[in-house]
Design a binder for this molecule. Structure first.
Ligand SMILES: Nc1ncnc2c1ncn2[C@@H]1O[C@H](COP(=O)(O)OP(=O)(O)O)[C@@H](O)[C@H]1O
Ligand SMILES: O=C(CO)[C@@H](O)[C@H](O)COP(=O)(O)O
Length: 495
């Protein structure tokens, strides 16, 4: 049992909540509690009742604390990192008016197109928010709600993101952070504040939004008595502002601020993401120009179809997820949920290149390749310098890709990333980087220390480095050709 204080970091992501109990001095993971979420919806709809997140958080924290054997009195602070972008609407008593629209709900694709036009095109959005609205962004979801359920939009007394909804349940204070705010498309990464013109464009009263803390590690209040009773924790411990899940992973890996810059990360979860903390402000329509939790730059690209889509293909084929081999001539784009990168919200899965000789294992391998290549394709767009802010140099290509998320535990995922990238891959030893990043924010709130420095001292980003293997140019070319056809067809039918 540790003699130093412990902190709790919570990862409330799409499929589940994970709560990690961490020794605040050493960063040792004492226990992780887990509780699943329910995602409902057909077609483009993807929703979860925010009460489910709260119930899962209480369960995951209680189970982690129990497993750790640490007395509740040793816990000094808590922070939540959550799936980005989801739209939570509350009544005046803080009760959800309807289930949250999740980041992978594509119903607001028409609203995204209309908003891009309304501001005069993609460049205008890039200049203000750093990102071009797609169906994932919160502003498009709010606009969808106004158009499709105006009575709910009119009744909203508060609008929240998943992580700040949960943080408010902990501390009774409505606060978000620059990182998660940067995924709304009503927050300007240029000014570091909500953009009044964009709020007026989507008819949202700024009074409905939480305040924006300077960083996810800011102590925004103390655990209230009702929350303390629900969680089995002491009333009054520090609550940090928290952040979005990708921003927390960056903290957990020691990226941003005085930590590492220009180190690319690939996360394989429900979403596939690629991101880096950079000195350069991104300005590419192929990237979301998000912020780190303290307002630095975190350019990121995100796909809708990663581990869940590939697991579905494995289930359809009756195969175990590791029962795969390279796809050969087969190309499978597993866009079961539509796609966000590239922006194909109405796409479905596509299989080409079948031969008499194609095996089920190759079909599954082709699904891995389609999912991984779609993520890696965005890698070249990241405005990476030569390391720690130096100008771009040949070193940027050779630097290892850090691989995180549930998929990083899978041998075939790791092999596919190595084969399609041709780069060395670093798999951190710690499996719960988002929860660890949140724990570093909690430690920062309790001690006033920089959370990136805390995570760096904990060594949470350390792991095994796998050398580069020759890049599979054939597979890359085959997938790129099919993607080119698909995106070309989508553009023609749009225009
Ligand atoms: N050992 C494993 N091998 C391969 N994939 C795994 C393994 N364990 C978990 N996963 C995948 O990880 C996914 C969950 O990852 P996670 O990053 O926790 O997702 P999310 O943050 O979206 O909830 C699951 O969809 C599952 O397919
Ligand atoms: O939308 C994005 C990033 O922009 C997603 O990365 C969500 O933040 C959900 O993450 P996971 O549940 O897949 O971790």
């Amino acid at each position: 049992m540790p003699s130093s204080p412990v902190v709790i970091g919570v990862d409330s992501s799409t499929q589940s909540t994970k709560a990690a109990v961490i020794d605040a001095e050493s960063g040792r993971v004492l226990a992780v509690g887990r509780s699943p979420h329910t995602v409902t919806g057909e077609g483009g709809a993807r929703e979860t009742d925010p009460q489910v997140w709260w119930g899962a958080l209480c369960e995951a924290v209680a189970s982690a604390l129990d497993e750790s054997g640490v007395p509740a009195s040793a816990v000094a602070a808590i922070a939540v990192a959550g799936q980005q972008h989801g739209l939570v609407t509350l009544d005046a008593a803080g009760r959800p008016l309807r289930p949250a629209l999740l980041w992978n709900d594509t119903r607001s694709a028409p609203q995204a197109t209309a908003l891009v036009r309304a501001l005069g095109g993609a460049d205008a959005w890039l200049a203000r928010t750093g990102s071009v609205p797609v169906a994932s962004m919160t502003a498009t979801k709010w606009q969808w709600l106004r158009e499709n359920e105006p009575e709910t939009a009119d009744a909203a007394a508060a609008v929240r993101l998943p992580h700040d909804f949960l943080t408010e349940r902990l501390a009774g204070t409505a606060v978000t952070d620059p990182g998660d705010a940067s995924g709304t498309c009503w927050y300007s990464t240029a000014t570091g504040a909500y953009d009044p013109e964009l709020l007026s464009l989507v008819g949202l009263d700024p009074a409905l939004l939480p305040a924006v803390a300077a960083s996810g590690a800011e102590r925004i209040g103390s655990l209230t008595r009702p929350a303390a009773e629900a969680l089995g924790l002491p009333e009054g411990i520090a609550v940090a502002a928290g952040t979005g899940d990708n921003m927390a992973a960056a903290v957990g890996l020691g990226l941003g601020g005085a930590g590492l810059l220009d180190h690319p990360v690939v996360s394989l979860g429900t979403s596939g993401t690629v991101f880096a903390a950079t000195r350069t402000r991104p300005s590419s329509p192929a990237l979301a120009g998000f912020a780190t939790t303290d307002g630095g730059h975190l350019p990121l690209a995100c796909t809708l179809n990663c581990t869940l889509a590939v697991d579905k293909v494995a289930a359809l084929l009756g195969l175990d997820r590791e029962d795969a081999e390279p796809g050969g001539e087969a190309v499978l784009l597993p866009y079961l949920d539509g796609e966000r990168t590239p922006d194909l919200p109405h796409a479905s899965g596509l299989l080409t290149g079948l031969r008499h000789t194609t095996t089920p294992r190759q079909l599954l391998g082709a699904a891995y390749e389609g999912a991984v290549f779609t993520v890696l394709r965005a890698l070249d767009e990241l405005p990476l310098g030569g390391g720690d802010g130096e100008p771009r140099g040949p070193g940027a290509q050779a630097r290892p890709l850090t691989l995180i998320g549930g998929g990083a535990r899978g041998r075939f995922w790791v092999d596919t990333v190595r084969r399609l990238s041709g780069r060395p891959v670093l798999v951190p030893q710690s499996e719960e980087l988002v929860a660890l990043g949140a724990a570093a924010l909690a430690a920062g709130a309790a001690s006033g220390r920089d959370p990136v420095a805390v995570a760096t001292a904990w060594g949470t980003g350390r792991g095994r480095e796998l050398p580069a293997v020759p890049r599979d140019e054939g597979a890359r070319r085959r997938i790129e050709d099919v993607l080119g056809d698909v995106t070309g067809r989508a553009r023609r039918s749009d225009g």
